[in-house]
Ligand binder design. Structure first.
Ligand code: PLP
Length: 381
C-alpha cells in the first residue's frame, strides 16, 4: 500500500525541516530559561526569543515590542475577548461573524455570563461580511469588533481593511484572527490597521502549541488583563516560562514565509487544477467567493453524495476533511457553510481539501482520479 497523502493543511502543517533544525539545540544544548539571564545559557535563550520576536514582527510588519508569544491563536483571542469583557461596565457589546472559528464563537458565548451581548453578523452565500450590516450593528456600547482575515473551512478572505475603517470611525477597537492567512497570503498589520491580530505557528510550518498576539501601540495595555497569572512574562500579559524551542521554530517559520507570493502562486496552481478536475463531476459546486479566497483552499460540494462516506472510503489514502478540524465529529455538518445559507444537501456533500508546501501536481492528479471514481460509484449506489 502506498503512503497516504496529506491534504489537510488548514488543520495543521508539517513542521518544515529547516524549522525543526533551528529548534533542536533549544531542547538540550541551550537549556536556559530566558527569565534567568544571570548566566550564559539563560542569556542565550533570551537572545533566541528576542531574535524570533524580531523575525515574526518583520513578517507581520509591526514592531517587535508589539508582539507577544502565547500558546496559539485560541489563547491570544481569549486574552483580548476576556479583557474586553471586563474593560468597561458600560461597553458590553461585541460584533463578530457567524462564520468565525470556534475560538471566537465559543469565547463570545462563554462571556455572555459576564454580561457580553454579541451581534453575530450573517455572511453572503459567498461567505463575505456585509459591510453595511457591520456599520449598522455598531452601537455606543460596542466594545470590540472581531472579524477573521481568512476562513479555515472555505478560505474566504474578508475585507478586513474596510471593516477596520468602519469600526475605527466609531473608535471601536478591532481584533483580527489571521490564523489561516499567515503563510498563504501576505499579512501586514500596519496595512490592515487592526488593533489586535492572533496567529498560530502550526498553520505555517512551525510547531504546534506556540503562537502570538499583535497589540497595536494605540491600545492602552493597562486595560488588558492576563488569563494566566504567575511570573509576569510577556509584559505581564502571559505568565509562564517561555516555550523557547517553539518560539525559535515560529521565528524560523516566519522567516520562511517572509516572501510568500511565490509559494502562494504555486499553491494556487495546484488548487485551481484540483478544482477544475473535480468540477467535471456533474453537479459539483465550489463554495466561497472565487476572487477572494486563500490560494490553497478548496471547499467543494458534490451533488447526491454524502461527503462523510467519501471520507470513509479514502481516509487511508488521502487526508482531506469535512468541516473544520476543531469540529472533529465527521458527521457534524459545517456551521460555516450553513451560515452561508447553503442547502443541507450542499453542506452534507462538502469536502475541504487544503494543499500545502509539500504537495505536488502528481499527488493532486492522484486525488482527482480517486475522488472522481469514488464519487461516481457512490452516486450510482
Ligand atoms: N482561528 C482559526 C481561523 C483557525 O483555523 C484555528 C485553528 O484551526 C484557530 C483560530 C485556533 O488555533 P489554535 O488551535 O492553534 O489555537
Amino acid at each position: 500500500m502506498t503512503a497516504p497523502v496529506y491534504f489537510d493543511n488548514n488543520a495543521t502543517t508539517a513542521v518544515d525541516p529547516r524549522v525543526l533544525e533551528a529548534m533542536l539545540p533549544y531542547f538540550n544544548e541551550v537549556p536556559g530559561n530566558p527569565g534567568s539571564t544571570g548566566h550564559c545559557f539563560g542569556a542565550e535563550a533570551e537572545e533566541a526569543v528576542e531574535d524570533a520576536r524580531e523575525t515574526v514582527a518583520e513578517m507581520l510588519n509591526c514592531k517587535h515590542s508589539d508582539f507577544l508569544f502565547t500558546s496559539g491563536a485560541t489563547e491570544s483571542i481569549n486574552i483580548v475577548l476576556q479583557s474586553f469583557a471586563k474593560i468597561s461596565a458600560q461597553k458590553k457589546h461585541f460584533v463578530t461573524l457567524s462564520t468565525e472559528h470556534k475560538a471566537i464563537i465559543d469565547t463570545c458565548t462563554f462571556l455572555k455570563k459576564s454580561g457580553i451581548e454579541t451581534t453575530w453578523l450573517q455572511v453572503s452565500e459567498e461567505g463575505l461580511v456585509d459591510l453595511e450590516a457591520l456599520e449598522k450593528s455598531l452601537r455606543d456600547d460596542t466594545a470590540l469588533v472581531a472579524i477573521m482575515l481568512a476562513n479555515n473551512e472555505t478560505g474566504v478572505i474578508q475585507p478586513v481593511k474596510d471593516a477596520v475603517a468602519i469600526a475605527h470611525n466609531r473608535e471601536i477597537p478591532f481584533l483580527c484572527d489571521a490564523t489561516q492567512a499567515i503563510g498563504k497570503i501576505p499579512v501586514d498589520v500596519f496595512d490592515l490597521g487592526v488593533d489586535f491580530l492572533a496567529c498560530s505557528a502550526h498553520k505555517f510550518y512551525g510547531p504546534k502549541g506556540v503562537g502570538g498576539l499583535y497589540i497595536s501601540k494605540e491600545i492602552d495595555r493597562k486595560g488588558l488583563s492576563p488569563i494566566i497569572h504567575g511570573g509576569g512574562q510577556e509584559g505581564g500579559l502571559r505568565s509562564g516560562t517561555l516555550n523557547v524551542p517553539g518560539i525559535v521554530g515560529m521565528g524560523k517559520a516566519s522567516a520562511l514565509c517572509m516572501d510568500i507570493k511565490k509559494e502562494a502562486a504555486k499553491l494556487g496552481i495546484l488548487r485551481d487544477h484540483l478544482e477544475s478536475e473535480l468540477l467535471k463531476i456533474n453537479g459539483t459546486l465550489v463554495n466561497g467567493i472565487q476572487n477572494s479566497r486563500l490560494p490553497n483552499t478548496c471547499n467543494i460540494s458534490f451533488s447526491g453524495v454524502d461527503a462523510s462516506m467519501v471520507m470513509e472510503v479514502v481516509s487511508q489514502e488521502f487526508a482531506i476533511a469535512t468541516g473544520s478540524a476543531c469540529n472533529a465529529e465527521l458527521s457534524s455538518p459545517s456551521y460555516v457553510l450553513k451560515a452561508m445559507g447553503l442547502s443541507d444537501e450542499r453542506v452534507q456533500g462538502s469536502l475541504r481539501i487544503s494543499v500545502g508546501r509539500y504537495n505536488t501536481m502528481e499527488e493532486v492528479e492522484q486525488l482527482c482520479t480517486r475522488l472522481t471514481s469514488v464519487i461516481e460509484e457512490l452516486k450510482n449506489y
